[in-house]
Ligand binder design. Structure first.
Ligand code: GTP
Ligand code: MG
Length: 211
């Protein structure tokens, strides 16, 4: 049994005040609406309904926190870029999301989920640049790989890998087929282990004036 299976829901936050205390270490799952964030978290934790998934894009509108052990958390961020959401709601998410990214001290890495059939749209590029500028490790999951044959999966993988900055990595993933889960676990373990609370809260952020 891995520590991921013991994940449990902590809380949902619609603003920063509602987030759990900013101690310990957390990794956020980001990506366009419908990219498969909630499904990936369920596959990782071997649970079927921990994170709520939906055929309706924009389902996850809150920041959802899941606890592992030893102050480790996984965060399901609201999906981005769903056109049918009213502008006022979009603005709220965007503000909320950017405030989370800017201020969260316990954030040690970002998983970016991208549909393998439509890699690196504008939002994805923004996240890659942002993580690079902030020296935050980023790992891309090319999701729904079951929709492509193996050769096509590899082509997409190589194409995305080619353009990535040094802080970023990429893998193929399918929640449905349980493909790539161990690779994802390894990345998360490395990030969590490399950032155990050692009293220093500066790290890569210090030069950026993050509050
Ligand atoms: N074929 C296939 N479908 C998937 C996979 N992962 C997710 N889906 C489907 O894609 C849709 C969206 O999945 P979610 O996990 O809810 O996506 P999300 O990124 O959390 O979406 P939001 O919460 O709206 O941002 C659902 O219908 C899932 O069943 C996968 O690996 N393969
Ligand atoms: Mg979701």
């Amino acid at each position: 049994m891995t520590s991921f299976q013991t994940a449990s829901f902590i809380t949902s936050a619609s603003n920063m005040d509602q987030c759990p205390e900013d101690t310990g270490v957390e990794v956020a799952f980001s990506g366009r609406s419908n990219a498969g964030k909630s499904s990936a978290i369920n596959a990782l934790t071997r649970q079927t309904r921990l994170a709520r998934t939906s055929k309706t894009p924009g389902r996850t509108q809150l920041i959802n926190f899941f606890g592992l052990r030893d102050g480790e958390r996984i965060v399901d961020l609201p999906g981005y870029g769903y056109a049918k959401v009213p502008m006022s709601v979009k603005d709220h998410w965007q503000q909320h999301l950017s405030e989370y990214l800017r201020t969260r001290q316990s954030l040690v890495g970002m998983i970016l989920l991208v549909d393998i059939r439509h890699p690196l749209k504008e939002f994805d590029e923004t996240m890659i640049t942002w993580s690079q500028d902030n020296d935050l490790p980023l790992h891309i999951l090319l999701t729904k790989a079951d929709k492509l044959k193996r050769g096509a999966q590899q082509n997409q993988l190589l194409g995305v890998r080619k353009g990535l900055p040094a802080n970023a990595s990429v893998q193929v993933f399918s929640a449905t087929r349980k493909l790539g889960i161990e690779e994802l676990e390894q990345v998360l373990r490395d990030w969590f282990r490399g950032n155990q609370d050692d009293g220093k809260k500066e790290g890569p952020w210090s030069s950026l004036g993050r509050v």
